[in-house]
Design a binder for this molecule. Structure first.
Ligand code: ADP
Ligand code: MG
Length: 427
């Protein structure tokens, strides 16, 4: 009986979240807080209206909307629900009216206090836990106030036991309802966030493409001007034009800025050449060795198999440097970064493994998105550029990471030939 009624209340409690997520978007936070308050206030009022009357008390889930409003809507919406509870409770009347008020106020204190920790954590499960805890707090308050009411009115023991049973049922369903409602809230927040991210990504994409085409157009006249200036410089034997080298070097700079921008916006394989991968990797390792030494990290490269690639060597170098640099930067002193080359089926596989700080699942998910960086002076571009380059080479990048243990990046690239007993030997 009480169970059926309370399960119905669970539906009443979930309704505002569903309504909110179907009909309203999360964009206008200011208004949303009132909206959450009003919707949850309604459901609290409905709970009281359809309460189960038994053993001289009203049994319902009115505190679930209260908890949720305080946590997900903030103080404003919390107080709106509290007011709704007061009004409805007064309207219903009964002997224990004052106790009803008291329970409502004390129950509101729980989520109000939990609000700070709740807002601080970004983890979905922790937030759901806080909601369940706040509901638990309300149960304790109800239990305490009801029991003291009964002690004051000298209730007999059988009656007290019956009431305790009801409180237990109510408490269990109240916590369950809160947890479930919080999960729904989280799902709706997540959906809105995703929508916003897609929106932003689309905007960035068009912007990026536009900028890339402009940059491309500007580069051509620059190259022409540079060519003519070089001719003038060659003619100017007497050195009458002392500022020419300066002009040329500035032009070079402008050109390289445009090139790297184009690279970033849309990696293009411009100079496709044939080269050998193991020596290439050894060169890159050597290039980064000073950085590793400075950090006290051992950087090793194990690349014995000779593999021929046909692609843009400079771009691949850029991609590898970014990834290896990240590995070195993530690794504390006396750790190691190992680069490994192997052949896996039709692909050359380059592994960059570090014993660094690693990444959590959430961090891994963000990796490679624009401007994502956890470093003080980071740009959050390196990984994105690398992934773009490898993608343009029809390669694949797979990250595996464990916080505190390290990160492994596996890059597989299609190759044209490899050193194979007697069949191919260009070395
Ligand atoms: P930046 O290096 O400028 O911060 P990146 O795009 O290269 O930008 O990297 C983004 C973020 O990804 C880094 O700030 C770091 O938190 C994380 N990251 C990348 N590679 C690793 C790695 N090997 N180990 C741990 N964290 C990494
Ligand atoms: Mg980096």
């Amino acid at each position: 009986m009480i169970v059926e009624k309370l399960l119905l209340h669970v539906l009443i409690v979930l309704a505002p979240i569903l309504i909110h997520s179907v009909f309203f978007s999360e964009r206008s936070i200011g208004r949303t807080s009132y909206l959450i308050g009003i919707l949850h206030g309604f459901s609290a009022a409905l709970c009281i209206l359809f309460a189960y009357e038994g053993l001289g008390f009203f049994w319902d889930l009115r505190y679930v909307p209260l908890v949720l409003a305080f946590l997900y809507g903030g103080l404003h919406s919390g107080f709106i629900v509290l007011a709704a509870i007061f009004i409805m409770r007064t309207f219903v009347g009964g002997d224990a009216l004052l106790y009803g008020y008291l329970i409502a106020i004390l129950s509101a204190a729980g989520p109000m206090l939990a609000g700070k920790s709740f807002n601080k954590t970004e983890k979905k499960w922790q937030r759901v836990m806080w909601a369940v805890l706040a509901a638990f707090w309300a149960v304790i308050i109800q239990q305490g106030v009801v029991l003291s009411y009964m002690t004051a009115s000298n209730a007999d023991i059988v009656y007290t036991a019956e009431v305790s049973y009801f409180i237990f049922i109510l408490g269990a369903i109240q916590m369950l309802g809160s947890g479930f409602a919080a999960l729904l809230h989280e799902a709706s927040i997540e959906r809105n966030r995703l929508q916003e991210e897609i929106f932003r990504a689309e905007k960035l994409n068009t912007l990026g493409e536009m900028a890339a085409s402009i940059a491309h157009e500007v580069r051509n006249p620059l190259t022409v001007v540079k060519g003519f200036l070089q001719l003038i410089k060659a003619d100017d034997k007497k050195g009458n034009l002392p500022y020419l080298p300066l002009i040329l070097s500035e032009l070079d700079r402008a050109e390289s800025i445009i090139s790297s921008y184009l690279n970033f916006a849309k990696p293009q394989l411009e100079i496709v050449e044939t080269f050998e991968l193991s020596n290439f990797l050894k060169d890159v390792t050597q290039l980064l060795n000073p950085l590793a030494l400075k950090k006290g990290v051992t950087l090793t490269c194990q690349a014995e198999t000779k593999i021929i690639l046909e692609t843009d060597r400079n771009q691949l170098r850029q991609a590898m440097i970014n990834l290896i640099k990240n590995a070195i930067e993530a690794t504390p002193e006396s750790g190691s970064v190992a680069i490994l080359l192997s052949v896996e089926g039709e692909k050359a596989e380059i592994t960059v493994a570090d014993t660094g700080i690693g990444m959590t699942k959430e961090q891994l998910a963000k990796l490679g998105s624009l401007y994502y960086s956890t470093k003080e002076k980071g740009t959050g571009l390196g990984t994105m550029v690398s992934l773009g380059i490898i993608d343009a080479m029809e390669g694949k990048t797979v990250y595996k990471s464990q916080p505190g243990i390290g990160t492994t990046v596996k890059i597989s690239l299609p190759y044209t030939a490899k050193e194979n007993a007697g069949t191919y030997d260009p070395f």
